[in-house]
Write a protein that binds this ligand. Structure first.
Ligand code: ZN
Length: 307
């Protein structure tokens, strides 16, 4: 069995006509999982409602209060934009808190079971910085989950792997000063948001950035996993591995120019399972719906196959 945390409430973050980060992304994934050969092995779980836990206090661990208040206010006053491509709709604040809650549930469940879990939530988070939202992202789900995890007994080191095609500028900026967190990103470079040079190594050599040139394919990624990602993450000996699972490096994705196939994510997943079974997969980007859904299937299928 593999738990997937999902709620229809995640569809209530509305981004507007023709925005690539749309609710249909989740619907496509849910439909694909429900008709997958391994559908009976998926344990659907709802996130803990935000009235049942102090989610905001965990958000405050990494975001400025003023910024959190701003997101709430924009939502409550009918919606608006945090930057040119980051809309906030009337329900977005509550939905973003629920997404955080889902990632925190993911931490709790991995701790209990010692096994992988997939958090199927939106909005994504890895571009959100402590004092600003950007790039479709409101709150830094992965960083918040990492800080939360470090408060739990038995978790002293958390690694974050970010295989979204874009560099997770927000995640890196929030965690790079914490020696208990390691961050590794593979991303197209040059590309949005422009950060993630190999020379950015964190305050404690706890950051590994692997920029990839446009046009690269799965063979490039495979050698990076074998030669850099796995050694870096294994050496850190994480008690929990959080993966910012964006699927916008697929060849058909409209937002980038990397040529991965959905099956490549199965290889990445297997590399990660060599490091630890304690993996929280949390959705970031991925905008071509067929490749997105297929890639999630491949990721979860690889976890189930490994037992
Ligand atoms: Zn992305």
């Amino acid at each position: 069995m593999l738990p997937v945390i999902y709620s229809d409430e995640f569809l209530e973050h509305k981004t507007g006509y023709s925005h690539p980060e749309k609710p249909e992304r989740l619907t496509a994934i849910v439909n694909a999982l429900q008709s997958a050969p391994f559908a009976s092995q998926i344990q659907w779980r709802s996130p803990t409602p935000i009235i049942q836990r102090p989610v905001q206090s965990f958000v405050e661990a990494v975001h400025d209060q003023g910024y959190i208040h701003k997101v709430k206010q924009v939502a409550e006053t009918g919606g608006g934009y945090l930057d040119a491509d980051t809309p906030v709709s009337p329900h977005s604040y509550d939905v973003a808190l629920l997404a955080v809650s889902a990632w925190l549930d993911g931490v709790d469940i991995v701790r209990e079971t010692g096994k992988p879990i997939f958090v199927l939530a939106r909005p994504p988070g890895h571009h959100a910085e402590s004092n600003t939202g950007m790039g479709f992202c409101l709150f830094s789900n992965a960083a918040i989950a990492a800080f939360y995890a470090l408060q739990q007994s038995g978790i002293n080191r958390v690694a974050i792997l970010d295989w979204d095609v874009h560099h997770g500028n927000g995640t890196q900026a929030i965690v790079e000063t914490n020696p208990q967190i390691a961050y590794c990103s593979l991303h197209q470079f040059p590309c949005y948001p422009g950060t993630g040079k190999a020379t950015e190594t964190g305050l404690y050599n706890n950051v590994l950035n692997l920029p990839v040139t446009p046009g690269s394919d799965g063979s490039i990624y495979q050698s990076l996993f074998a030669q850099q990602v796995v050694p870096f993450l294994s050496n850190f000996q994480p008690d929990l591995l959080i993966i910012s699972t964006g699927y916008d490096a697929n060849a058909t994705d409209p937002l980038a120019s990397i040529n991965l196939q959905p099956q490549d994510y199965g290889l990445f997943t297997n590399y990660c399972l060599k490091i630890t079974d304690k993996i929280l997969f949390g959705l970031e980007g991925g905008y071509e719906l067929n490749a997105l859904a297929e890639s999630v299937l491949v990721t979860i299928g690889s976890c189930l196959q490994s037992g």
